[in-house]
Design a protein around this ligand. Structure first.
Ligand code: SF4
Ligand code: SF4
Length: 123
């Protein structure tokens, strides 16, 4: 079992998830973050804080994002790509909440409000 990051993470990289992880098992490339399945201890902390519900335990990944199970498994996990507690690098600037509005209740305004609230609490 492992937790999987799915499509709504594309261009987020805001990384609420990183701060919540007790074992530092998040990694990144230019587009999104990934969870190393060999390091994740299935604690569920990250799934609860992700503002766009991008993270699921593998058995509950929605059908439309099943391909992200392989994407997370095949990512090249190196120390260079590890996202630790380093300062935010792209703090939502590229983040497009419209990408995550397909789910019921995920309106653009609701997600943007949630995102801005979290941004303010960090400043
Ligand atoms: S908080 Fe969610 S959307 Fe943002 S970087 Fe983490 S997994 Fe991706
Ligand atoms: S489930 Fe826990 S251990 Fe796994 S990535 Fe999320 S916060 Fe880290």
């Amino acid at each position: 079992m492992a937790y999987i990051i799915c499509e709504p993470c594309q261009k987020c990289k805001y990384a609420d998830c990183v701060d919540s992880c007790p074992v530092d098992c998040f990694y990144e490339d230019a587009n999104m973050l990934y969870i190393n399945p060999e390091e994740c201890i299935d604690c569920d902390a990250c799934a609860r804080v992700c503002p766009v519900d991008a993270i699921y335990i593998d058995s509950e990944v929605p059908q439309k994002w099943q391909n992200y199970i392989a994407i997370n498994a095949e990512f090249s996990y190196t120390e260079e790509s590890r996202r630790s507690e380093a300062p935010q690098v792209s703090h939502g600037e590229n983040w497009d909440p419209k990408q995550a509005t397909a789910e019921p209740g995920h309106t653009y305004e609701a997600l943007l409000g949630k995102f801005q609230e979290k941004s303010l609490s960090r400043s």
